[in-house]
Design a protein around this ligand. Structure first.
Ligand SMILES: [Zn+2]
Ligand SMILES: [Zn+2]
Length: 136
């Protein structure tokens, strides 16, 4: 946390941003920006979708939340930035947490990258989509 002072001046926590962060942390389902927008709008009726995107970007850069890029689906956001893993439904795109540790990251220092971490996304068909399929 040695850059904390710098963040404090560069990236002030605006009231709007703290509401966005609060609502994201309350939702456990890794919402898309659109889904989060619907929820935040109940508290901040004047907020725009653009504002949501802008604030989410800042929170991601600050390392307070995680952005999960799906394959061919909208990005989803995770209010927790610890090292848990994810499983994503190929049917509806929802993402659930997995209580698994990441595979050990090999020493990649020769690549010149820092802050290396391993992001694993398992995929499958969620129970809701299975139920929908068996009804057809
Ligand atoms: Zn599903
Ligand atoms: Zn998660």
């Amino acid at each position: 946390m040695k850059d904390h002072k710098q963040f404090a001046t560069q990236q002030r926590m605006t009231p709007q941003r703290s509401v966005i962060l609060e609502e994201l942390r309350r939702l456990k389902n890794h919402p898309t920006a659109d889904e989060l927008f619907m929820v935040v709008r109940r508290r901040l009726p004047r907020v725009s979708l653009g504002t949501i995107y802008r604030n989410l970007d800042v929170l991601v850069k600050n390392g307070q939340i995680r952005k999960l890029e799906g394959h061919g689906t909208q990005a989803r956001y995770d209010g927790e930035n610890d090292q848990h893993q994810h499983i994503q439904c190929e049917g509806c795109g929802r993402i659930d947490d997995l209580d698994l540790h990441a595979p050990e990251t090999p020493d990649l220092s020769e690549t010149g990258y820092n802050q290396v971490r391993c992001q694993v996304i398992f995929t499958g068909i969620c129970p809701d989509c299975q139920a929908a399929q068996s009804r057809n």
